[in-house]
Design a binder for this molecule. Structure first.
Ligand code: GUN
Length: 295
């Protein structure tokens, strides 16, 4: 089997090109799309993500605000900040970086965000709209995977998609997207997870295998059908003394063991990773367009 690599950097650059055109149009009409990111505390991984989001906004010529709050703020103070952002006309979309400190109720925070500004697509209103196939903000990572499939010319209609993992931010919404009617969907969907019996028997039936279980190199060649398309959402840092940093990133798929069986596969790094920020930016541009159309 000659396998094809699906490149996240390539697909995301194609989308950024389209976003630049939409941003130029908005700016020519007097609207500068504005995205705010709220970071609570000093989690190093969150700091990296938040910095990358701000940098990408600036690169695209969007208005960007990063609001850093100390780890010991009260839930009430955070809810007040959200209320301010809901009312701020220069901010069309915003998100609160997760995870939050233990004393703050994440669900309460997400539900305080105006669904019209919820560019993460985590508010129950947007989750519900996605499930019933109505317009709303889609969560960035599953939406990014769907764009990779569409833009790589991979047929999804009538195909058996097996999603490995059932998180609220990837597995569940991924399955919800693939069962919808329309382009990049119309699939038959199974979800498997840590409690599934005979998991490999089901993954072996996948025409398209989407893996987001958070376990390094969990999927091996014997779990994949010949000619399948494999999308690896995992990013796991593992120790590797031969690497200059002493560690390296691997996916949830054992890439070397699986790749020769597949028709197409995403590498890690270089696969799904860049799609998440890209689709967040797409949601922010959409938020600004929605705002303009309401005036
Ligand atoms: N933490 C990890 N991924 C995400 C994300 O997509 N959005 C937010 N808000 N926090 C995250």
């Amino acid at each position: 089997m000659v396998c094809r690599l699906i490149s996240g950097p390539e697909v995301s650059e194609e989308i950024y090109g389209e976003l630049r055109t939409r941003i130029e149009k908005l700016k020519s009409e007097g609207f500068v799309p504005g995205l705010a990111v709220v970071l609570v505390g000093e989690d190093p991984a969150s700091q990296v993500y938040v910095r990358m989001k701000g940098k990408k906004c600036e690169e695209l010529g969007m208005h960007s605000e990063t609001i850093v709050m100390p780890a010991d703020i009260t839930e009430e103070e955070l809810l007040k900040k959200i209320d301010d952002l809901n009312k701020d006309a220069s901010i069309h979309g915003f998100l609160v970086q997760l995870p939050l400190p233990k004393h703050i109720d994440e669900d309460k925070v997400i539900e305080a965000i105006d669904p019209m500004k919820d560019v993460d697509g985590f508010h129950p209103v947007n989750v519900g709209r996605m499930l019933i196939g109505k317009p709303g903000f889609l969560p960035a990572t599953p939406a990014g995977v769907q764009q990779m499939l569409i833009r790589s010319g991979i047929e999804t209609a009538g195909k058996h998609v097996v999603v490995v993992g059932r998180s609220n931010i990837v597995g569940k919404p991924m399955a919800a997207l693939m069962i919808q009617r329309g382009l990049g969907a119309d699939s038959t969907v199974s979800i498997v997870h840590s409690k599934t019996a005979n998991l490999a028997e089901i993954t072996k039936q996948a025409d398209i295998l989407i893996v987001a279980i958070g376990k390094p190199r969990f999927i091996t060649g014997d779990m994949v059908k010949d000619g399948a398309v494999v999308i690896d959402v995992g990013t796991n840092r593992i120790d590797d003394p031969t690497h200059p940093k002493g560690s390296r990133l691997v996916g949830d798929v054992d890439f070397e063991n699986v790749k020769d069986k597949t028709a197409a596969i995403t590498p890690v790094p270089g696969g799904v990773g860049p799609m998440t920020i890209c689709m967040l930016m797409a949601n922010a541009v959409q938020a600004a367009e929605n705002f303009k159309n309401l005036l």
